[in-house]
Design a protein around this ligand. Structure first.
Ligand code: HEM
Length: 616
């Protein structure tokens, strides 16, 4: 194996690795990579995606940036144009985002679950675990002297906390290559996360081979480990109570999934999607095994994984995002192809990376996260609900009684929160449920905007749309007049407006429902994914590429079919399950929803082998 410096991506000596061992920084700062084989498929640890720079695409490698960062002295958040401090994050959140609970009549809760699941693929838990578990004290005296602490002050006239007396919300800085000790302090902070940067179902398969081998693979029939309890199929669970499901209410709630990574146990939506995609791997593997009895466990596993990843991408790019962004916009901007065939946008000069802006702007989806998670029976009768914020790190609840069945049914019956510039009060006032006394996810989001050093909104507008915004009046057309007035009330200069603050207020893009700058920064990354990923599923020239017939089958994947195949009690569903059922999207029997025909993967050599085996 060759050792690479995780930040620079260059090979390092064994001597240097020893220094990291001594400093206990090897895990984060060093990538150990076996020699690349150009014919090999996608590696679990993301390495060798780019054959010229084998460590790029692996865990703990740097983010790209759409625009260079801006900070004030000592890399603290930037000041306002006149040199004063910018308004407090909590003040901006309460001033700019009204709070309420208005259900969407268009999008389902399932759409929001898929969004968060696909986000979890490329970020990691540690920045949140840092302040809920390791440093819960940032609002106390102890926090004052801890550099990692950067709590959010709450103004005395806060609309909610003027009554509670709470004056501070706990929070820590994002971990960086500097804070971990990979590169020296005094340089621009560079965020570090443990997921692989490309979309490869890291939540299911993990980010490292050892974890997958130990916790994931069954080594039989290409399957992932599973267990059956009360007739339901689950990922395996921890046998001890020492796990991340801190909010499980014992003794009833015991389930916590032991998977290659813990990310699948985090939020309610991620948890459900993880159970479904975990099962979906086995569903695919069984189909392949039935067709191709001569395939080994390894081959079945790899092809099932490749198909599972392709299905997740097909659903994300072609089913989820077009309903928010507009199908025509995405075709016009080259993110999706209307023809259905192969495409080969690969460019080995573009590194497999995620822009720091991409997961950041995805936080806009917090504004359409509904507070209650509603549960329905299979006939569509409402049964009960639980605040989704109380499901974080609480897989145990999903394992109780028939909750999983009811949640599955609810996911495509309940609406998301409306796309309307407001946010649910559980998101803004509870946020982390029992894990933090009080938290406002969107205040944290705005504070992170500054800690990441993003340039002002007007610079991103210029990047995205080419127009220079010099005054508040120049925002007309992009933001409604009443919201421009709200911005004027809180920011002194148009150049002070934080990227996310304006995204919260932007009018939806033409032909879609999302803020245009959000759209721009998301599709920038969606294109980078395709261009920089040698194993991109639509490529005809990748190792083990699909045949045209196989790709045509992948194109049939839909979230409705996936739930028909692996969702508990799902026998009827609307064909476009990210949208609420209605006149043009009527619930139907699962048999009426087409899906992948796995016979496209039938391997004729198996028949030849079995024919000859009769004569041996
Ligand atoms: C129950 C609902 C949810 C809860 C409790 C929740 C909680 C959180 C928390 C605690 C953070 C970290 C905040 C910080 O930076 O300190 C976060 C970040 C984030 N959330 Fe959510 N969230 C929820 C729903 C969603 C949804 C539906 C999406 C969909 C895209 C989403 C996407 C993100 C992203 C992309 C980040 C940034 C992660 C990172 O960069 O590390 N969240 N969320």
């Amino acid at each position: 194996a060759v050792f690479y410096d995780s930040y620079s991506g260059t090979p390092i000596t064994a001597e240097r690795v020893k220094q990291h061992d001594k400093a206990n920084t090897t895990f984060w700062c060093v990538n150990e990579i076996e020699p690349c084989d150009p014919k090999e498929g996608r590696r679990i640890d993301g390495s060798c995606n780019n054959l010229k720079f084998p460590s790029r695409g692996a865990t703990h490698t740097p983010f790209a940036r759409v625009l260079p960062p801006v900070f004030s002295a000592n890399f603290e958040p930037k000041k306002a144009a006149d040199g004063s401090d910018l308004p407090l994050a909590r003040y901006l959140r309460t001033s700019l985002v009204p709070v309420g609970r208005i259900p969407s009549q268009m999008f389902t809760a399932l759409a929001v679950h898929d969004f968060v699941f696909m986000s979890a693929d490329i970020v990691s838990l540690h920045d949140t675990v840092n302040y809920i578990v390791w440093k819960p004290y940032c609002c106390t005296e102890r926090g004052r002297t801890d550099y990692a602490c950067t709590p959010n002050p709450v103004p005395a006239d806060d609309p909610v906390h003027r009554f509670s007396g709470i004056r501070c919300l706990n929070m820590t800085r994002p971990e960086t290559f500097q804070s971990i000790g990979c590169i020296k302090n005094g340089t621009t902070p560079e965020r570090i996360v443990s997921s692989t940067p490309l979309l490869d179902l890291s939540v299911i398969y993990g980010n490292g081979l050892q974890n997958l081998l130990q916790r994931g693979r069954l080594f039989q029939g290409g399957l992932l480990k599973f267990e059956v309890e009360d007739g339901r199929v689950w990922p395996p669970k921890y046998n001890t109570t020492a796990h991340i499901c801190f909010a499980n209410q014992r003794p009833q709630e015991t389930r916590c999934h032991l998977m290659p990574e813990d990310g699948g146990n985090t939020l309610g939506g991620i948890n459900l999607m993880t159970i479904w995609f975990w099962r979906h791997h086995n569903f695919i593997a069984r189909n392949l095994a039935a067709l191709n009895p001569c395939w080994t466990d390894d081959k079945l596993f790899e092809i099932a994984r490749d198909i599972n990843i392709a299905v997740s991408l097909q659903i994300y790019y072609y089913e989820l995002l077009p309903i928010f962004f507009g199908y025509d916009n995405m075709v016009k901007d080259g993110v999706i192809t209307p023809t259905g065939g192969f495409r080969d946008p690969y460019n080995s000069d573009v590194m497999p990376q995620v822009s720091l802006e991409y997961p950041f702007v995805l936080r806009w989806v917090h504004t359409i996260q509904n507070g209650p998670l509603k549960m329905y029976d299979k006939d569509g009768y409402y049964m009960k609900q639980i605040p989704i914020v109380n499901l974080t790190l609480r897989t145990g609840y999903i394992g109780l009684d028939d909750n999983l069945d009811l949640m599955t049914q609810g996911s495509f019956r309940q609406g998301s929160d409306n796309v309307d510039h407001t946010a649910d009060f559980d998101i803004t006032e509870v946020g982390l449920g029992p894990h933090q006394y009080v938290s406002d996810l969107m205040t944290s989001d705005l504070a992170k905007n500054r800690l990441f050093g993003f340039q002002p909104y007007v610079k991103y507008r210029e990047f995205c749309f080419g127009n220079k915004v010099k005054s508040f009046d120049d925002l007309h057309g992009s933001i409604d007049p009443e919201r421009i007035e709200m911005l004027k009330d809180v920011y002194k200069s148009v150049e002070d407006i934080d990227l996310l603050a304006a995204i919260w207020l932007e009018k939806p893009l033409n032909g879609g429902f999302a803020p245009p700058t959000f759209y721009c920064l998301v599709i920038e990354q969606l294109r980078r994914n395709m261009v920089s990923d040698r194993h991109w599923y639509e490529r005809p020239n990748r190792p083990n590429a699909y045949t045209a017939a196989q790709l045509a089958e992948i194109r049939k994947a839909t979230i409705a079919r996936l739930l028909c195949d692996v969702g508990d009690t799902v026998t009827r569903i609307q064909p476009r399950a990210f949208l609420k059922a209605g006149y043009h999207n009527q619930m139907c029997n699962c048999e009426q929803i087409t899906g992948i025909d796995y016979s496209a993967w039938k391997d004729p050599t198996c028949e030849v082998e079995s024919f000859w085996s009769k004569f041996v």
